[in-house]
Structure formats: structure tokens, C-alpha cells
Design a binder for this molecule. Structure first.
Ligand code: KG4
Ligand code: ZN
Length: 381
């Protein structure tokens, strides 16, 4: 039996050799930060282009519906139950065995810590047993790099990420080079949609329900605030708007379907106006600091909203840039984006050790400081 230090050294040499010979790569990616258990295998070619060989996602929505939101403990247990099978399916569909992988990537945060531990530990076990490099990926970075997989987008570009846990405007300058231009100071955008749906007795997840109800509603019946409108920074705030909806709903007492539709339409109109304004400022900041972006990229579940897509299109046109929204399955949480971010890092020799920690919070631009008065905890602060 070799001493532990020698074993570690040999393992690092083996990994280094794999890395050097792996311009062409096959990477397994694991995603467990919220309520999707996902695994995927991607191929990254020497020219930097990519292809998805498998992409398996198991949503836990059914388990969380009775509680009207994601319950961390239930999520973690469901990841434990499902992950091995999902990884095996992803490998089988890709027609690969573990020793053929160039690397294994897992989302190491930010997210619900129980789930993050499940995914990262599984990736570490695979990496250790098969002496394959481990890449501990930031979940936000994976969203940010997705358009490079889907349409080989070149740097720099501007990302608008709006999901149940995050609302951010990020300048994506290179792999590992991100500047956050704006974030929410309280609720995430998807979270606000979900909470509004809940207070109007619409089922979880609320975003699609609110969008549907808004179609038949009058957006002008209620006057809701347009949060942060006209401010010089590019931050978002959604809790005041959410409270305004709650106040109107309780004032009305019993809600008829038309009331629900009008409240949803009013809420969504306020979100649209605020988003267009905030993104306008974000794109201006981008331009001033980094020159013209190659595109405005939208990601996260909220980007599925047709009305929001329309507003983003207008913002992009006004800023004389192109709007890119990856296909829905790659906009929401998935394993392919983690595998791809892993491959991008691996290609640059950015690998991690077995000590890589699971992280509930993990900012993309770690050196920035939190502005005073920020209450947000889910988006990175
Ligand atoms: O990215 P995602 O699938 O998961 C994470 O949160 O990471 O985003 C889910 C969020 C939920 O809050 C959901 O209500 C919201 O995205 N969402 C929508 C729509 N579809 C999903 N929000 C507004 N309009 C939609 N059509
Ligand atoms: Zn996400």
C-alpha cells in the first residue's frame, strides 16, 4: 500500500495526463441545488463547440405541491433516492462507461445545502473511484455559460437570470470572469410570482398560473407600484409589489375569477415595466464598462413567460443587441449546463480537489461587497 501523499500525487499526475490529452472531452454533470435531480453528459470538441449526449431531469414538483413551495428536507431526500438512477440513465443514454469520462462536474452551490451535498458527494465518489478530474461548478455560472453550448456565443455578453431563487444581471466576460451589475434586494422574481399565486389560491408553481390568469385580466384595474423605476443602479425589488397585491386582494375579500385575473395582469404589468427599466440600466452599465455586449441572454424559469420575453425583446432592440433565450429545457435547471460549465473550466485546467466545499451561498463575483441594506439571502448575499 502506497503512503497517502504518494497516492494523491499519482492521482494528480493521472488527472493531469488525462487533462493534457483531453482537448476533446466527455463530461458528466450533476445538478441537485433545488428541486430538480438532473444528470447529463456532454461532448466538448477541440474547437470549443459542444453537443448534448444525454440530459435527464427529474422534477420534484409533485412532492412539493402539497406545501405550496420547495421544502428543503423533502428535496434532499428525493435527491438521495433518485440521483444514482438518474446518473446511470444519463451514462447509458450517452452510451458511455465512467472510465471514458474526461471529468465529472457537480453544482457545488448556491442552493439548498442538503441537495448540494448529495450531488457534490456523488460527483466526488465517481471522480475518486475513476481517477477523473472533479469540477465544482457554481450553478449561476452554469446558467451564464449555457448559450456557449447552445449557440457558441462569444464573450462578452449580458445575462439576465430570473428563477425561483435568483434575479441577477451579470456581465459575462469569460470563463470565471463575471461582474454582477444588478440583483434583487429582496425576493427573487420567480419567488414573487409563486407567492402572488399562493395568495390568490393558484397552485404551485405559480409563474405559469399567474401568466395564464393574466391573459384574461385588465392590467389597469389596479395601480401597483413599479419598484425601483428610474433608479441609477440596476437592482430589483419585488416584495413591496407583492405586498401591494396582497393588500388589494384582502381589501376585495372574496375573489371572483375576474378579480384574480385582474390582480395577476396588474402584477405582471408592474413586473414587466420594472424589468424593462432595470435591464435598460444594466445594459447601459455594461456598455459603459465593457463596450457593446454580443447579446442579451435570458435564463431561468421566468424566461418562459411570453410577456416577459416580449419586454426583453424590446429592451434588447433598444440597446441594439440580440436577445438569446436558450430552449426551455436548458433555461431551467438541468445537468447539461453543469456538464458544459465543467467542460469549459476543465479545458482551461480549472479543476477542484476533494476538499471542494458545498456552498449554500456563492456569489459569481466573489470579490464584490454587498451594498448596505441588502436583505436578500437567496441570491448570493
Ligand atoms: O429556473 P427554475 O425552473 O428553477 C429555479 O428556481 O432554479 O425557475 C422556477 C421559477 C418558479 O418560481 C416559477 O414560478 C417561475 O420560475 N416560472 C415562471 C413561469 N414559468 C416558471 N414565472 C413567470 N412566468 C412563467 N411562465
Ligand atoms: Zn437555476
Amino acid at each position: 500500500m502506497l503512503p497517502k501523499t504518494t497516492q494523491t500525487l499519482l492521482s494528480a499526475i493521472v488527472q493531469g495526463l488525462k487533462l493534457a490529452s483531453d482537448k476533446w472531452m466527455l463530461v458528466l454533470g450533476i445538478e441537485t441545488t433545488c428541486d430538480e435531480t438532473a444528470a447529463a453528459v456532454i461532448e466538448r470538441r477541440a474547437d470549443g463547440s459542444g453537443r448534448i449526449l444525454s440530459n435527464i431531469v427529474r422534477s420534484q414538483t409533485e412532492e412539493h405541491i402539497p406545501f405550496g413551495g420547495v421544502v428543503p428536507e423533502i428535496a434532499a431526500r428525493a435527491h438521495v433516492d433518485a440521483l444514482d438512477g438518474i446518473v446511470a440513465s444519463a451514462m447509458k443514454e450517452a452510451g458511455l462507461r465512467f472510465p471514458q469520462l474526461s471529468g465529472v462536474a457537480a453544482a457545488a452551490g448556491p442552493g439548498l445545502i442538503g441537495g448540494v451535498i448529495v450531488g457534490l458527494t456523488t460527483a466526488k465518489a465517481i471522480a475518486m473511484v475513476h481517477e477523473t478530474p472533479l469540477i465544482a461548478v457554481n450553478h449561476l455560472e452554469a446558467h451564464a455559460l449555457t448559450p456557449r453550448l447552445t449557440c457558441a456565443l462569444a464573450f462578452p455578453y449580458c445575462l439576465f437570470l430570473a428563477s425561483g431563487g435568483h434575479t441577477q444581471i451579470v456581465a459575462v466576460l469569460g470563463v470565471g470572469e463575471y461582474v454582477r451589475l444588478g440583483t434583487t434586494v429582496d425576493d427573487a422574481m420567480g419567488e414573487a410570482f409563486d407567492k402572488v399565486a399562493k395568495m390568490l389560491s393558484l397552485p404551485y408553481p405559480g409563474g405559469p398560473q399567474v401568466e395564464r390568469a393574466a391573459l384574461g385580466g385588465d392590467p389597469k384595474r389596479f395601480t401597483f407600484p413599479r419598484p425601483m423605476l428610474g433608479r441609477a443602479d440596476a437592482n430589483f425589488s419585488l416584495s413591496g409589489l407583492k405586498t401591494a397585491v396582497r393588500n388589494e386582494a384582502s381589501r376585495l375579500g372574496t375573489l371572483e375569477p375576474q378579480d384574480v385575473s385582474d390582480l395577476c395582469a396588474g402584477f405582471q404589468a408592474a413586473v414587466l415595466e420594472s424589468t424593462a427599466d432595470r435591464l435598460g440600466v444594466g445594459l447601459r452599465m455594461f456598455h459603459e464598462q465593457f463596450g457593446p455586449p454580443r447579446a442579451l441572454v435570458a435564463a431561468g424559469g421566468v424566461a418562459a413567460n411570453q410577456a416577459i420575453r416580449g419586454a426583453l425583446q424590446q429592451v434588447a432592440s433598444r440597446a441594439e443587441t440580440t436577445l438569446i433565450i436558450p430552449p426551455p429545457a436548458l433555461c431551467t435547471d438541468n445537468g447539461a449546463m453543469i456538464a458544459w460549465a465543467g467542460a469549459e473550466r476543465l479545458a482551461l485546467g480549472m479543476i477542484d480537489t476533494m476538499e471542494a466545499p458545498p456552498r449554500a451561498r456563492w456569489r459569481l463575483d466573489e470579490n464584490a461587497t454587498a451594498p448596505p441594506g441588502f436583505a436578500n439571502t437567496r441570491a448570493g448575499f
